[in-house]
Unconditional design. Structure first.
Length: 369
């Protein structure tokens, strides 16, 4: 079966309508389902998934955007590093526009800082090779999907004897945040689990959520039919009182995930407590660089004064990332906070909830109190 055929199959309107009908037939009680993947957030808004569901099913967006959940202090540290002599900040494009406490990487670049957009961590290693007189600092963000690529870059730099390559790690893992939301008392009846993360990890990482918290988890693909099938699977579990991990995205997610990627990640990184925007410090949720790779750790090797963190007045990104509010509840949404002039991180990234609402769902009612 060709890839193109698979794509058409998962966009099929009649199939989507059939599954939506199944959901309406099965659903008997009010439920709140949370997706924790920016790709799912954008797909749900783009395809109007919520409009196909019965009124009792509420979809909320969680902390699924790695740029959005990166703590403001991480941005402030990157800004401070960009002001050092002979430092090149190598970063993915959406990070340069995320507001820090008093500046952004975009503003620092306009003032002369050497901030360069790269498309991968491997690009940053290549940059360090080409410019040995510069200290190249790669801003590592992302969940289990991208963490192995940063680990591979560090291993590559070690193998090549590169001394001027450094990483600031804001890499995080998803399950602790999913658990923290439930521990905080946020009403979540089931999780639409991230497909790309699960390709690396396999389904087993969600088992503690299902077993300890009795919350069903379904790994979903990214096409409209994928998401509807996942919702049907979740609703069916809830209606029969089950709580287990199911894999709708079986065409990409294997039981063992990607062992090579996981091994690479575990070789270079170790779990540490980390701060998430809106969620605070979550134990064992971040990926710190192991001691044996310390010479690549920018936090350990490059001394810099980071300014005190200041909040953004009026921005409710934290509540949006926890599923307590939607962008329509924010007094800044769409004016003055826009993708062109973002006030909060959720409006910056292509995976951000506010950016998705701004693009596909700008006009709607506020969340009921």
């Amino acid at each position: 079966m060709s890839g193109n055929f698979i794509d058409r199959q998962f966009y099929d309107r009649r199939a989507c309508e059939t599954v939506a009908g199944d959901i309406r037939r099965i659903s008997k009680r009010p439920v709140t389902l949370m997706e924790v993947c920016g790709g799912h957030t954008h797909a749900i808004q783009r395809f109007g998934i919520a409009s196909l569901l019965p009124s009792g099913i509420r979809l909320v967006s969680g902390p699924g955007c790695p740029v959005c959940v990166s703590d403001k202090r991480f941005i402030d540290r990157a800004i401070a590093l960009s002001r050092l002599a002979d430092v090149v900040i190598a970063t993915f494009g959406d990070l340069i526009r995320v507001p820090g406490s008093t500046s952004s990487l975009e503003k620092e670049r306009s003032r002369g800082a050497d901030v360069r957009i790269v498309y991968s961590s491997a690009d940053a290693v290549t940059l360090a090779l080409k410019e040995p007189a510069k200290r190249v600092v790669f801003l590592g963000i992302g969940f289990e999907t991208t963490t192995p690529t940063t680990a591979a870059a560090i291993l590559d730099a070690q193998a090549k004897g590169i001394r001027n390559f450094f990483v600031v790690s804001a890499h995080k893992i998803m399950p602790p945040a999913m658990a923290a939301l439930i521990d905080e008392g946020i009403a979540i009846d089931g999780y639409i689990c991230p497909g790309h993360v699960s390709v690396v990890t396999g389904p087993a990482i969600y088992t503690p959520i299902a077993q300890r918290y009795k919350k069903p988890c379904v790994i979903s693909g990214f096409q409209p039919l994928d998401i509807l099938l996942s919702i049907r699977m979740l609703v069916a579990q809830i209606e029969r009182g089950a709580a287990m991990v199911e894999n709708e995205y079986s065409r990409a997610v294997r039981p063992g995930g990607n062992p090579e990627a996981r091994q690479c990640m575990q070789q270079v990184f170790e779990l540490r407590d980390d701060t998430w925007r809106g969620l605070g410090t979550i134990p064992a949720s971040g990926c710190g660089i192991r001691e044996e790779f310390r010479r690549f750790d920018a936090e350990a090797c490059l001394d810099v004064d980071v300014e005190p963190t200041r909040g953004g007045a009026g921005c409710i990104c934290g509540d949006i990332l926890k599923g307590l509010k939607t962008p329509h509840d924010c007094p800044l949404f769409a004016a003055p906070c826009t993708p062109a002039e973002p006030v909060g991180a959720c409006m910056v990234s292509n995976e951000g909830t506010c950016a998705a609402y701004y693009k596909y769902n700008r006009c709607a009612e506020k969340t009921p109190a």
